[in-house]
Write a new protein. Sequence first.
Length: 392
Amino acid sequence: MGVLYGPKSYENEPHRDPSLIVNSKEPFNAETPPKALVRSFVTPEDLFYKRNHGPIPVIDDPNNYRLEICGLVPGPLSLSLQDLRNLPKHTVTATLQCAGNRRTAMSKVRKVKGVGWAISALGNAVWGGARLHDVLELAGVRQESSKRHVEFSSVDVCKEENGGPYKGSIPLSQAMSPEAEVILAYEMNGKELNRDHGFPLRVVVPGVIGARSVKWLTEIKVIEEECQGFFMQKDFKMFPPTVDWDNINWNSRRPLMDFPVQCPICSPAEGDLVKAGSKMKIQGYAVSGGGRGIERVDVSVDGGKTWQEAQRFQDDKEYIADNPEKCKRFAWVLWELTVELTNSPLEVVAKAVDAAANIQPEDVSSIWNLRGVLNTSWHRVRLNVVPPQSKL
Ligand SMILES: Nc1nc2c(c(=O)[nH]1)N[C@H]1C(S)=C(S)[C@@H](COP(=O)(O)O)O[C@H]1N2
Ligand SMILES: [Mo]
């Protein structure tokens, strides 16, 4: 006994920070208050968004935990947590973002299906653990067999899988690539990974939608074709605006992997009162998938007529991420711009450009899709300007 298992009921959920914005209780889905998100480059675990499809798995005795490495591998393995800790430890600072981030805004164009999220279905953390390629190499896998896929399985009970566990896969070539920095994490921000985020072990696939970073990992299987699970084949795909539930053909699209460039405004918030003539600091985050860093962030206070470049930083505020060599490729940048306010109505808009010169769509309706994924349209925040003498 004492092995990791997925309970059917919600009686044994972990304690959660009361300041989280809860979007659904069972399964527990919650996000960070936006102003708290830009307070630190590394998101504290308590405030980090939580995205689940069932009750949180339970393990009575972590000493009994095993990770199975199986499928098309020359030497199948069964590893304990200690075995994983004995491998060279690697850390990667990476932003995990749910493909459904900013779904609520997309649903205002037309109804979409899925949990509603504002702008904080993401966080930036320092993940520590063993490299996936080290573990695969231990099982005798060599990079040449690169047409294959690596499937990750969990133990949680998901109704989308008819009570089966959550699964996902990535190409073997990505799993074996040192640059992709895929890791099997037992630590988050220097502490033991907690239950909400996948204790005792999760995969972290940097630069890829959060859905592929499987939590409570128990099996890694090398397979001929990509994972056939619900979350790969019947979810987390992006369809054009013309496709709806009556004409959808899931097989016509590939599973989403790298996420595109994203850039919300975290402060001020929609509807905030601001005084004409005063100075206002505008803050947000920008991130792109696939290890493409952020090249530039443009901010407008007149609804997009004129633009100014914001300052970007990673780590502490002293360091401006203008040196691409120094940039942490898989981590977000936080940005800020201080503007002097005039009397005119204010609409703050932000947009970013990534290292491959990719830009964001101006209008959310052009990317509307029935699952409400990848809303990366320009983020707009309307403020109320009051006369200089008013009391706020
Ligand atoms: N086993 C398991 N892994 C999972 C999920 C899940 O429900 N079960 N959700 C996925 C989704 S959709 C996202 S966005 C991330 C969220 O990770 P977090 O809760 O640590 O923020 O985990 C992914 N891994
Ligand atoms: Mo997600």
